[in-house]
Design a protein around this ligand. Structure first.
Ligand SMILES: [Zn+2]
Length: 446
């Protein structure tokens, strides 16, 4: 009896060991074949790629939630054959191609392309699946021949790490960078699940304007700095309740001697805080004063230059509707109802040049498409022509003025301090104004 029982136990242990060995074998085989199939798929991706000519990448940028790229490639002219189409594609390991709309020109044997039409459109990083993608330039010739070119970095930009906006407490991590495959240089986007958002990465930054010595506009006992700070805290709470990670550029009254107008580029200055938050958007809150002598107040949303204005329009529309206010009647710089783009004018440029001359420093390179509002301009790096590099001794340098990653910034003048109806509405119903902003952000990100 006893002998039989111990035989049974031995048999069970034996079978269990066999089962374990089988499972380990299957796992190892799977791992090896996965690795094999990845290199096989990579070989397929690079199969038709030119082995002698590569695209020189001259610019690659991330602004807000979107990626764009520019570059050139030498394509020797063959008589009778012309180029019928050139587009940047991203290709995954399954061989699926996604086209990035691009403009191109072909001159003297050099093809130049750019995907930048509006700085806040292009490849939507929020919509990429968890996968590995390779950038290629696909050129179609008039004889229907197709040629693929791999991309080589000719910039001094660093690799980009981007975290998607928090959704259901989760984020993807996106690494954009360069590598080589069998001596072929290539550019890739790797999308993976992030275990958590790093401590210093935020979805949204809110900037209550002014503060410290700088009270902003005043009407009786009311100061712009105090009203927008209160509104900003309401907005932060509401956004956090919707699951977003939010940072304020200031969250209490600054000491009286803090002159925020001049230290915005220092380590604790608002521009540095925004640049270091790696957030997708910035909302800067302000109240207007009636220098334009308007008889009625209303909302003005200031957007970046050369961008798609849908979000700015949404903000203006939602604030007017939810907070029961009106669009501003200001006509200068107006693009749409309540939507404004304030760039440098020729007169502004001349006055900047003359003060540079007076103070003895080299003037900045400003054009009429450079955003005038520093809080929009200086958080977008090269994308928004940030220029404060310390040559004007009044300001310290913006450490991020050469960055190829930028935060999409909006400045909202909620209404006019100087107009009683606006002031009353804002002080009484800040929560409605802020709810309108929350609704707009949710719509943008979903
Ligand atoms: Zn202001």
């Amino acid at each position: 009896m006893k002998k039989k029982k111990s035989f049974k136990i031995k048999l069970i242990i034996f079978l269990f060991v066999i089962l374990m060995i089988c499972l380990i074998y299957i796992k190892v085989k799977d791992f090896v074949s996965n690795k094999d199939s990845t290199s096989l798929q990579m070989r397929e991706v690079f199969e038709n790629v030119s082995k002698s000519e590569y695209v020189d990448v001259t610019k690659y940028i991330v602004y807000g939630t979107h990626f764009n790229i520019e570059g050139t490639v030498e394509i020797p002219k063959i008589s009778e054959i012309s180029i019928s189409k050139a587009s940047v594609i991203i290709k995954n390991l399954k061989g699926e191609e996604q086209i990035l709309e691009s403009d191109y020109s072909y001159k003297n044997g050099v093809l130049a392309f750019s995907t930048i039409e509006e700085i806040n459109t292009g490849l939507d990083l929020e919509k990429l699946e968890i996968e590995q993608y390779y950038f290629l330039l696909k050129v179609v010739f008039s004889n229907n021949e197709e040629k693929y070119y791999s991309l080589e970095n000719k910039t001094d930009y660093k690799n980009i790490t981007y975290y998607t906006v928090t959704k259901n407490e989760s984020n993807n991590k996106i690494d954009i960078g360069f590598n080589t495959y069998e001596n072929i240089p290539f550019m890739q986007i790797q999308v993976s699940k992030a275990s958590e958002l790093p401590k210093d990465v935020y979805d949204i930054v809110i900037d209550p304007g002014h503060g410290g010595k700088d009270s902003g506009a005043i009407n009786g006992k009311n100061s712009e700095a105090d009203i927008v700070l209160n509104a900003a805290m309401i907005l932060k709470n509401k956004l956090e309740a919707s699951g977003y990670k939010v940072l304020l550029t200031r969250d209490e009254k600054l000491p009286e001697d803090t002159n925020t107008a001049y230290n915005m580029y220092d380590d604790d200055g608002r521009i540095t805080i925004i640049n270091e938050a790696h957030s997708k958007i910035l909302i800067s809150l302000h109240l207007n004063s009636n220098s334009a002598k308007l008889s009625s107040g209303g909302v003005e949303v200031y957007a970046p230059s050369e961008c798609n204005l849908d979000f700015a329009k949404l903000l203006a529309k939602n604030i007017v509707k939810t907070a029961n206010t009106s669009y501003s009647s200001l006509t200068a710089y107006k693009q749409d109802e309540g939507v404004y783009v304030r760039n440098f004018t020729n007169a502004d440029i001349l006055s900047f040049e003359s003060s540079a001359k007076k103070s003895g420093y080299k003037p900045y390179e400003i054009t009429t498409s450079t955003p005038y509002l520093y809080v929009i301009r200086e958080i977008g790096g090269i994308i928004t022509n940030a220029f404060v590099d310390g040559r004007n001794k009044i300001y310290s340098a913006n450490k991020y003025c050469n960055s190829n990653v930028g935060t999409e910034g909006y400045l909202i003048e909620l209404g006019y301090m100087s107009i009683d109806k606006d002031l009353k509405n804002i002080t009484k119903h800040s929560d409605l104004y802020m709810q309108a902003i929350v609704n707009s952000i949710k719509e943008k990100f979903n």
